[in-house]
Design a protein. Structure first.
Length: 363
């Protein structure tokens, strides 16, 4: 019931709801971080003061007052520091995320088919200008949108997506621009810039030694990862400790589900921006059947992407294939006859759509 309500929700209501979600998420992030760090520091201080109290009677007599004073000072310092670091991260969110994804602006005169497809969908979405187009030098197929405001949104594609047909590219851009209109990109940008480094650190800690070597391919790649962390500001070093280990796991548990939820809503809304709604289904199928993993994004920044940018699944096990079923439901009969997974039809084959039933004259 919740999913169907989301699909039928007006875009302006969805946009306002996403703005509220951003505010609540950021305030919760700051408060939780400050509280968690205060608890950890206070516990360490309590043990240290206890050791000193055994040697100094003055400290023993004022143990409670000293500990309370340290807790108050720590809480204020952590609250101010986290708020400042979070605000700085949000202010620089577009630039920092583009650097982290290793996306560069497409030069004039290049990738013209993709630019034309983006321009066409931008006009259909009611945007005065098409967003700037960025490229990620990755042969896999995916795309993303980043921006805290509609006027500052940028669209990025992988090198592999640039090889798709114009209709498939339009389908991808329609989904992303529908998310822009609904405010989902606003929320994803804020969460990715503030909490993304939590998941990125978690991913690195879980990598094997072989994967660490893989990251070192190319000069300066590993250094780039750490340089990007430093730009997260004061909030970055607060991620250390067991508090963030717990927090990151709780957040990540719902991250993929929420990302898929938003993607399904974008599929339905994006379909309305296309000349032929069936293009949305065909484009989605083409992209999902391909490799969507983006090395510079991974799970940590997948909420920015058209489809999950982390390690993928075989098509028959991919939970995102549910998006095809959802879109067929929206399209109705025309969506069902577009099913190219029917027995005997290979990938890319067009299933013939039977003529609609008609009543004879006698009926």
């Amino acid at each position: 019931m919740i999913e169907r309500k989301l699909h039928s929700e007006p875009l302006w209501e969805r946009y306002e709801r996403n703005r509220r979600k951003v505010a609540v998420s950021i305030v919760g992030f700051v408060l939780f971080t400050a509280a968690g760090a205060t608890v950890v520091v206070t516990l360490v201080a309590a043990v240290a003061l206890l050791v000193l109290a055994l040697r100094d009677n003055a400290i023993a007599a004022n143990y409670g007052a000293i500990l309370r004073g340290l807790a108050v000072v720590t809480a204020l310092a952590m609250l101010i520091g986290t708020a400042f670091g979070t605000a700085r991260g949000l202010w620089r969110s577009e630039r920092s995320l583009l650097r982290r994804l290793r996306a560069t602006l497409v030069p004039p005169g290049e990738l013209l088919p993709a630019k034309h497809a983006l321009k066409e969908i931008s006009l259909a979405a009611g945007l005065e200008h098409a967003p700037p187009l960025y490229i990620v030098e990755d042969e896999t197929i995916n795309a993303f949108a980043v921006g805290r405001r509609r006027e500052r949104v940028v669209i990025g594609i992988t090198r592999g997506l640039a090889t798709l047909s114009a209709p498939d590219q339009r389908a991808v851009f329609a989904n992303l621009l529908a998310r822009v209109l609904g405010g989902d990109v606003l929320f994803a940008t804020a969460v990715s810039s503030v909490i993304g480094p939590v998941w990125a650190r978690r991913d690195r800690e879980l990598r094997s030694a072989d994967n660490d070597v893989f990251l070192n391919e190319g000069s300066g790649v590993y250094a780039y990862e750490h340089r990007g962390e430093a730009e997260a500001g004061v909030a970055g070093w607060l991620l250390l400790g067991f508090v963030w280990a717990f927090f990151s796991e709780v957040l990540l548990a719902t991250h993929q589900r929420q990302t898929m939820f938003v993607a399904e809503a974008g599929d339905a809304a994006g379909m309305l921006l296309l000349k032929d709604p069936r293009e949305a289904l065909r484009g989605l199928e083409t992209v999902l059947l391909a490799d969507n993993y983006v090395r510079s994004a991974g799970e940590a920044y997948s909420s920015l992407f058209f489809c999950w940018a982390g390690c993928g699944y075989a098509p028959e096990d991919d939970p995102e294939m549910r998006r095809l079923d959802r879109l067929r439901e929206v399209l109705g009969a025309s969506g069902q006859c577009e099913d190219r997974f029917i027995a005997g039809a290979g990938a890319g084959a067009d299933a013939a759509c039977p003529p609609p039933p008609r009543l004879d004259e006698a009926g």
